[in-house]
Ligand binder design. Structure first.
Ligand SMILES: O=C(O)C(=O)C[C@]1(C(=O)O)C=C[C@@H](O)C=C1
Length: 262
């Protein structure tokens, strides 16, 4: 299954014609990436020095900041940020891609395409989420810890910024309804129009179940034991979605729509 509603090369469809079904399928596929990335990160304890600006005495940055900045430089050279689904955490001074450009379908409205809430995602991930799903302690493996943090951050950010595509589809489905709320800059009306509570409940239940299934110890013998020890707490994953990922996706949707008529 394609992980993206717009950028797969071989879908054979006109990819500027996205539907609510195809963007929701992409969101469901991204759930797998997020749950697996959290499971990987949870192998290590919190590892505080990796995030402490005093740890690298001379640099003034934390190892986490340096790690993500340097990784993004490499990814930019390989063309990662040419894809409209990818948003860098440190867009300043990124190098140009070394690869020839790929003609990604231009689905988004240009003004809305620049919505970027990576600073909010960064603070949420390091200040709120990480302490919830990692054990206290320090195993010294900061490089592999940060490599896992990077994968988590990229998967979560991609999912949240995917709200731009969801908003575009919703706008195309009801341009008149959305336009009047956009012209009135009525954020509350936009929020009401784009919210489907039943879908949100399903998402939260599904990610909790994925965390339970993907995080089980797999053994050769069949076990009767329902009391499985999961590698990442399923209720934390459900809370991650309910408290942060879904609200931030909706924030991206509203920000995108507010710029949709510029
Ligand atoms: O599926 C949608 O319609 C979305 O806008 C995505 C999403 C989500 O983040 O999962 C956000 C808002 C809706 O209330 C339902 C779900």
């Amino acid at each position: 299954m394609a992980s993206s509603a717009i950028s797969s090369r071989d879908s054979g469809e006109d990819s500027s014609q996205i539907s609510l079904k195809s963007v929701r399928e992409a969101l469901i596929r991204l759930e797998d990436s997020i749950v697996f990335s959290l499971i990987e990160r949870a192998r290590h304890p919190y590892n505080a020095p990796a995030y402490d600006r005093l740890y690298l005495k001379s640099s003034g940055s934390s190892l986490a900041e340096l790690f993500v900045k340097e990784a993004e430089h490499l990814h930019a050279k390989a063309g990662r940020y040419e894809n409209p689904e990818e948003v860098p955490f440190f867009p300043e001074d990124l190098p140009s891609p070394l690869v020839p450009s790929y003609n990604y379908p231009q689905v988004l409205h240009p003004a809305g395409a620049s919505v970027n809430i990576t600073k909010t995602i960064w603070n949420m991930y390091f200040n709120e989420l990480l302490p919830l799903f990692t054990a206290e302690g320090d195993d010294g493996n900061y490089a592999s810890t940060l490599a896992s943090d990077l994968v988590c951050l990229q998967a979560i950010s991609r999912r949240i910024h995917y709200g731009k595509f969801v908003a575009e589809v919703k706008f195309r489905g009801s341009p008149l309804g959305y336009s009047s709320a956009i012209n009135n800059k009525d954020k509350d009306a936009l929020m009401r129009m784009l919210t489907f509570e039943r879908v949100e409940e399903m998402v939260k239940r599904r990610v909790e179940k994925k965390a339970m299934i993907f995080g089980q110890q797999v053994t050769i013998e069949d076990k009767e034991d329902d009391n499985v020890d999961c590698k990442v707490n399923p209720s934390v994953v459900s809370r991650l979605y309910g408290d942060w990922i879904i609200p931030l996706t909706k924030l991206v949707e509203v920000d995108y729509l507010l710029r949709r008529l510029e």
